[in-house]
Write a protein of this length. Sequence first.
Length: 101
Amino acid sequence: MTEREPPGLAPHIPADLYRQAEATGRPIVIIHTPTPARRPAITYLLPIAVGCAGAIGIIGTIAALLALVEFAAHTAALIATTAGPIGVGGITLKLLHPKNK
C-alpha cells in the first residue's frame, strides 16, 4: 500500500488524514504560523555602542582626574622644596628635607 501526498495541499499533511477527512466530509483546517521576523542588527548594536561610549568616557574622566592629582602633587612638592621651612606664629615646619644634606 503506497500513500501519496494529497494533491495541491501542503506536504506536511499526512495522506491518511487527508483521505479520512475526504471520505467523511470533515473540513481540513490548515493553520499557518509564520516564523517571527529577525530583529535588525541596530537593535543590538545601538545599546552596545552607547554602553561602550559611556565606559570610555568614564575611563577618560578618571584618567584626567588622576593626571590632575599627580600634577598637583608634583607642584606641591616643587613648591615645598623651594620654599624652605614654613613658619606660623613661631612654629616652623620643614615640609621636605633635601636629600643632599
